[in-house]
Design a binder for this molecule. Sequence first.
Ligand SMILES: [Ca+2]
Ligand SMILES: [Ca+2]
Length: 361
Amino acid sequence: MTDKRLTKRQRIGVAHVAAVVSLAAAHLALAPPSAHAADPAGCTRSGDRITCTNGVPKGQTLTGTSGDDTIEITGAVYGTVEGGDGNDTITVTGRDGAPGAHGSSPTQSGGRGESALGSGGQLLGGDGHDIITLTGGNGGRGADGEYSPAKGGHGGRGIKGGVVDGGRGINQITVRGGNGGPGGTSKKGPAGPGGGGPGMEGGRVIVGVDQHSSLVIEGGDGDEQLSNGPEFHGSGGPAVAYGTVEGGAAPEGVSIRATGGDSGRGTRGAAGGVGLGYGTRLIGTPGDDEITLESGMNRSGGPRAAGLVLPKSFDAKAGNDTITVHGSTGFVKCGAGEDTYNYTGRRGFPDRTCEHINRIQ
Ligand SMILES: [Ca+2]
Ligand SMILES: [Ca+2]
């Protein structure tokens, strides 16, 4: 047990291992082994069912049982959530942005949706087959005004900094940005709607350690409302604006799908969100990875954005990897093994380690 836990934690850093060990020692001295540390305010538990209504603040930890937990958290996680052993289902949902107050001057825009995992937060699946879902809050509605209504708020981020680590087992990790909020209305028509939030903006996701796990990451959708105004913000959020997506050590590889959010339907400046943005690092596993990148739909009729835009680094590592990109302007390293690179639209720059390059339809 101890060995397994240490092995699992090594990738998060020696400091964290030390903190966990000393916490465990202190805990043993103070409480019977079956007890858990005090839960954050707003959390209630009944057996392996834990519900939190006010997120998990910085410096606090919510720990599941050794069984199959169902953990549902509303509000951002800035602290630590540990599923522990067992097949855990962990769901974190950011709260929606506040609507703009009507009658205010100047009219007030809708607030941005809250992130699900905030900077410094940690979500650790632990051993077992975990289902982890993080969703940013939706943007708030803009205030109405006689002639100058206010814009809708943007969707929140699924991850804004922080670490998600599925741990051992077959993990299914889903990360999604919140949707944009509608604009307020006026005699001249509605104001611009909010854009979808990024699935991820900073931080790190480690998908799997030992078995074939999967990550689906999506940008939020721009609000569908049509706008008369010159400012149109109903664009789709990127799946990953920037940050690190790591397959992990899994010898059997991982599946990763990144899809940008869909845009609103207006005519100005709205586009589907990109898959992986320019500040992204993607690192494959030593096994056979399946990686698919695409933008969201452009519902205003314009061209679709790229699935991959100039990532900081993209290395699928060893294994026979299959990479499918719907539009790319980025460099891709397929790594050792017999790799396949499929693309539609712009080909991008797969390097010499990509043995099979196919234009698909
Ligand atoms: Ca558990
Ligand atoms: Ca796990």
